[in-house]
Design a protein around this ligand. Structure first.
Ligand code: NAP
Length: 278
């Protein structure tokens, strides 16, 4: 089995970002907005910050207390959203319950919405219109396949997970690439058989090592989006990586797979956001 390393895909995207940066004068700025001290958010924030700096981009974190009121957060958000120095926004979610996340999705300027949370960008993804921003993780899966020259057209693709962050938008991106797509979730009856039938299997369920070799067809390409902690407290994916060595032809590891590409896609979106309205 070949390991599909995220770092190699990220390096390719870095080349594209540098080329795009060479054609603009001002260095774009990413605003990362975090509410509270969730360790997962803080870890993602550190990763994204490092990536932006490595790619020669500007980044600033805006951090608010977990008990900030809906009104105060919306006022702060509006200021960032309207700041001409801010090129793009990454909002770490979920937000605390007292803040209406739906309102923020409506408020975010679609031209700065790098992670595709606004209804405008979601509609574009579903319409196959690539002028918007797709969620970075969903797009990262496509980047991994393309960077490794893995054909998507006509392939049977199974995606385990139907969230608005990964599963659903990824299904639409796959359809745009002319794949034949099946989406699985907790009510799927024959999960094993459906996964095993896939030529490209994408795991985005958030369940540590749930997909073992019994779920993987011979020579399938396996993309593991999951980020979980195993029984020993170690980071792991949704795929039981060690068990699929003989069945899968290629697979992304966790860590070191899709995660590294997600922040690279964020950087690519930031450079694309230069110039505003879309
Ligand atoms: P989510 O909102 O919790 O959605 C999980 C999806 O998986 C749901 O649709 C759920 O089905 C389905 N699912 C859960 N358990 C299942 C099972 N036993 N059998 C079949 N389907 C099952 O999660 P998410 O936000 O999409 O994230 C998924 C994973 O990706 C997480 O591990 C997350 O940490 C990771 N992630 C990684 C990145 C990255 O950059 N690599 C970015 C974002 C997320 P139902 O709809 O029926 O409940």
């Amino acid at each position: 089995m070949i390991t599909l390393k995220g770092a190699e895909v990220s390096a390719k995207i870095r080349g594209q970002v540098e080329e795009a940066l060479g054609q603009i004068t001002a260095v774009p700025k990413l605003a990362i907005i975090r509410v509270g001290e969730n360790p997962d958010d803080m870890s993602y924030e550190r990763g994204a910050t490092k990536k932006m700096e490595n790619f020669g981009l500007r980044v600033q974190s805006y951090v608010y207390p977990a008990d900030i009121s809906d009104e105060a957060f919306k006022a702060a958000f509006t200021e960032i959203n309207e700041d001409p120095d801010v090129t793009g926004i990454l909002l770490l979610r979920p937000l605390p319950k007292q803040i209406c996340e739906k309102d923020i999705e409506q408020m975010i300027d679609p031209a700065k919405d790098l992670d595709g949370i606004s209804p405008v960008n979601i509609a574009k993804v579903f319409a196959g219109d690539s002028t918007g921003f797709a969620p970075c993780t969903a797009e990262a899966v496509i980047e991994v396949l393309k960077a490794n020259e893995i054909p998507i057209e006509g392939k049977r693709v199974t995606i385990v997970g139907r969230s608005m962050v990964v599963g659903k938008p990824l299904a639409m991106l796959m359809v745009k690439e002319n794949a034949t797509v099946t989406i699985c979730h907790t009510r799927t009856r024959d999960l094993k058989g459906t996964c095993r039938n896939a030529e490209i299997l994408v795991a985005a369920a958030g369940r540590a090592k749930m997909l073992n070799r019994e779920y993987v067809g011979q020579d399938a390409v396996v993309i593991d989006v999951g980020i979980n902690v195993d029984e020993n407290g170690k980071l792991c994916g949704d795929v039981d990586y060690e068990t699929i060595q003989e069945t899968a032809s290629m697979a992304t590891p966790v860590p070191g797979g899709v995660g590294a590409v997600t922040t690279a896609v964020l950087a690519k979106h930031l450079v694309r956001a230069v110039g505003g309205k879309r």
